[in-house]
Design a protein around this ligand. Sequence first.
Ligand SMILES: C[S@@+](CC[C@H](N)C(=O)[O-])C[C@H]1O[C@@H](n2cnc3c(N)ncnc32)[C@H](O)[C@@H]1O
Length: 380
Amino acid sequence: MTALQKLIDKARDDGVEMMGIAPKNIPGHGIGVLAERDLDPGTVILAVPAQAVRSLHTIPKSVTSKLDASMSVHGLLAADVALRRTAWAEWARLVPSWSELETAMPLTWSQGLRDMLPAEANRLVAQQHVKFKKDWEMFKKGYPSSERQAYLYAWLLINTRGFYYETPALLKYPWHDRLALIPIADLFNHAAVGCMVEYSPDGYQIVTDRAYQAGEELRTSYGEHSNDFLLAEYGFTLNDNHWDGICLDELVLSKLSSEHISALRKRGHHGDFMLDSGSVSRSNLWIALRLHHSGSGGPRWQQYFDGNEDAEGTLAKARYMLVLFLREHLRHAEDTLIALQSMEIDQDTRRNTLAQRWGQVVAMARQALDTQSLASKAVT
Ligand SMILES: C[S@@+](CC[C@H](N)C(=O)[O-])C[C@H]1O[C@@H](n2cnc3c(N)ncnc32)[C@H](O)[C@@H]1O
């Protein structure tokens, strides 16, 4: 019997129901889930009862008693996976290997290679590093003979396969740490728009978002994530991702005065300077660009929120400035792509991952430049 069949049988024993779906190997994407027959929109294809969910409540005292009470749920679940091999046997046999995760996940890359990531992805990986370090230090204290790599492997598995979960006990943790592992549900790959994951006190369900034909891959959406987020948190990017956008944080912050930066911070518009839909209203990017050009009369915040109102003339100036920023952003992305070709990188897969991401940045910047140059000409 294959490892996959054993995992499916174990899930069925635990009460998991699969309706019209079959997990299979998908070349290049590990395991994924295929439709076994034609499926209508709104069909429940997976039902996982609450008793099959693994989270804080399933981690035994034998694991937690040696660990700091303030440890994250992420860290505790990783500890459980790392310490109780037999309890996780069917699942552990099927998840990606250490070498697959090590290749794909930027958290395991050298600092030099991480610095080749777009700034936003690099920032997310730096945050992960802080979280992991804290969990690892607590784990090492409780289990001094454990190996960092084994714990990091378990921690990355939780990172790439965890689902949001709510119980009264989990509400005490920050929302991003309310994690659970859901059998079979964690075999679905991600799409920008995909099947819906619904949960209630009874458990989880996955429901089709549209009609699927027999043999088609069914994917869930892990969230409205940019490619920088997907790369940092899951080790892949999508070529067709309408949640992707251009992050101009570095450029914008380098041009704003400290007074403008603190004014933005005070009003909750600091950072996340993303150019996505091209909308000029209520976007931190447009608010910051317009603030930069505000005159001595003081910023007209309401006008900046409302978007197209331009009595003060800041919108036209912001449009022009954005074109200059996009040109700089594009030049940086093109230079990085060239640098990647000759850079010494231990694995070609990592070079390809970075080149794919920077190629996406170049394409987005070119498209945005076309749109913004036109808009800028139209108002000047
Ligand atoms: C929750 S698991 C999904 C099942 C996984 N394919 C497996 O073999 O177990 C998430 C991982 O699957 C892979 N993945 C998910 N969606 C993907 C996609 N659209 N393209 C490439 N890889 C994807 C990534 O490695 C990600 O970290």
